[in-house]
Design a protein around this ligand. Structure first.
Ligand SMILES: [Zn+2]
Length: 289
């Protein structure tokens, strides 16, 4: 759904609210426009919903807050709903690993510096404003700890919202939150992660609540896959994000699966093979610098 262009303007202007034409929630299969609704799947064909941006009009703002810098490629129109104290996390130049796989500019981001110690703070800082401005006041979700912990911290800024959280018993110890009137936590004895996910959806359906749907929630998908910048400004620099996903540094466009290998191979031939090599090295327990 993203435009192919990697050209993104740099700008210092601060617009109070994004124009509706800059960001739309569309079905990835038939193009149905969900308007202002919070939809994970298309009402007509069942396809996954995705956020589309007009990159020819997008500007990146000069700000030390990543939510402000990238606000025009995030699925929220009202920027004042983002965390005001968010900051960039540091990058480490992985020289040893880069030398092994032929990349001079390989950087690893240290997302443990986020408030709850994981990259999930990124998505929580965006997904809650996304749901909120689309009229969701109560939602059901499940996780193995990181997402729910990040949600529990972030939802304190939205006291009118309520989260119904479902956790499989074996992951209970990983969910960290203090008692709060807007968090209802169910621990499912003997359940698997998949069963907790399915039960959250069933509970939402039975009680007329919104089902957050994890990765299928377009409000969390983009920010979860990387929201930050490195100190480098070389547009040919690519970053490995999370589980081997790749982003173009210039426009933070996320490249998925086979598309990633094809696009990266076309622009920077060593990168596709490097990605495979990196995955193997990490799987083999390679020691990073
Ligand atoms: Zn559709």
């Amino acid at each position: 759904m993203f435009n192919a262009s990697c050209e993104v303007q740099q700008c210092v202007l601060e617009s109070p609210e994004l124009s509706a034409c800059l960001m739309r929630l569309l079905c990835s299969q038939c193009g149905w426009d969900a308007g202002e609704a919070a939809k994970s799947f298309c009402d007509y064909c069942g396809g996954m919903m995705d956020v589309s941006y007009d990159l020819s009009s997008v500007v990146l703002h000069n700000s030390s807050n990543p939510y402000k810098r990238f606000r025009e490629i995030l699925p929220v129109r009202h920027g004042d709903h983002y965390p005001s104290d968010a900051a960039y996390t540091p990058v480490v130049h992985a020289q040893s690993l880069g030398a092994l796989i032929g990349l001079d500019h390989l950087y690893l981001k240290d997302e443990t510096k986020n408030p709850t110690g994981s990259t999930k703070d990124r998505m929580a800082g965006v997904s809650l404003p996304y749901l909120n401005e689309r009229g969701v006041t109560a939602f059901c979700t499940s996780s193995t700890g990181n997402s729910s912990t990040a949600y529990a911290r972030a939802i304190a800024r939205f006291p009118h919202m309520r989260m119904f959280l479902f956790t499989a018993e074996r992951f209970q110890h990983r969910v960290q939150h203090t008692d709060s009137p807007n968090i209802v936590h169910f621990v499912l004895r003997g359940a698997t992660f998949t069963e907790a996910f399915e039960y959250a959806g069933q509970f939402a359906s039975l009680n007329g609540l919104h089902s957050e749907r994890g990765f299928f929630n377009p409000g969390r998908r983009r920010p979860e896959n990387g929201l930050d910048r490195s100190q480098r400004t070389d547009p040919s620099t690519h970053r490995l994000v999370r589980s081997g996903c790749i982003q173009c540094h210039g426009c933070v466009r996320h490249l998925d699966g086979g598309q990633a290998a094809g696009n990266i191979a076309a622009r920077t031939p060593p990168a596709a093979s490097a990605l495979r090599a990196t995955a193997k090295l990490l799987a083999d327990g390679a020691r990073l610098e």
